[in-house]
Design a protein around this ligand. Sequence first.
Ligand code: PSV
Ligand code: MN
Length: 387
Amino acid sequence: MTTDTARVKAALREQHIETPSWAYGNSGTRFKVFAQQGVPRTPQEKIDDAAQVHRFTGIAPTVALHIPWDTVDDYAALTAYARDRGVSVGAINSNVFQDEDYKLGSVTNPDPAVRKKALNHLLGCVDVMDATGSRDLKLWFSDGTNYPGQDDIRARQDRLAEALAAVYDRLGDDQRFLLEYKFFEPAFYATDVPDWGTSYAHCVKLGPKAQVVVDTGHHAPGTNIEFIVAFLLREEKLGGFDFNSRFYADDDLMVGAADPFQLFRIMHEVIQGGGYGDHVAFMLDQCHNIEPKIPGQIRSVMNVQEATAKALLVDIEELGRAQRSGDVLGANAVLMDAYNTDVRPLLADLRQEMGLDPDPMAAYARSGYFEKIRDERKDGQAAGWGA
Ligand code: PSV
Ligand code: MN
């Protein structure tokens, strides 16, 4: 294990984890949304909550928006609002999955009028990026079919390619889109972007401003996600992560909760593959259905930070030596030594050096912020779906 803790801490100081505005709103399953107290009613209040996560962790300075959930009249004013609270607007997430028109798909819909509507939404999201200074447009399509024969799989790929090309052409020099894949749901027979290979193939055709985003919850059980990460980094096509945890499907649980070892293995490949930097966006895409939301986000940021610290502790020289000499057990032991290290004292030290409380969860609980929003946000409509 490396003993160069100064280097590890320096790298950790640079880490940047983005929280999603939708994590602060009410959420649930298709069975029930359990409303919580103090839930934001506006995009501004979601930003207030995101600023708290940054205040206590020091490494969550951006918040992703979801359009139209976070639609406002004046995006420049929203950007200034965020800046005044010490955070800024991160990725813009498009939403072409919640309109009646999209029953048979959005950009792959057989009806050209629906395709046009969906494309206009995506182009409108780039306008929001222009107004907020956001670099990344996240594209996730619920498009697909439920039954064999329902539509022409190949024609749907053509329609997808056409829409992606139009969005790509609209991007500014410093903007990118991140194409997300998901192997099922809400379409159950064939999803139009089911896997990293489909996303990758579309992105390669378009160029460097098209990148793949890996949502850790969007794989079949047993998928080796770190292999995908290593491969995409090698091809310079990994744009970022939507981090969360799954046990069974797209569970959207806190990242690192279900399988912290997998998160460590992913971070190891990120670091090994030169993906540790701002060109790979580390975003959370989670819901907190039964646990409190702001602490849920703080815990999640800490989980990513812990996995990163362990991955930074891997003795790369020693690992390389063992690998080159075919020392199977030795190489494995180098990784496991780092993984089995308790990095919490190192992170507590780091936080103190950064002027933070060493225990972000306890500091938030003591801060009185929850009591304040619980009282202030009693009236009005809480953000979320169905609450
Ligand atoms: C789809 O399941 C997804 O992962 C996409 O990123 C959406 O934008 C997000 O969830 C909505 O919560
Ligand atoms: Mn996602």
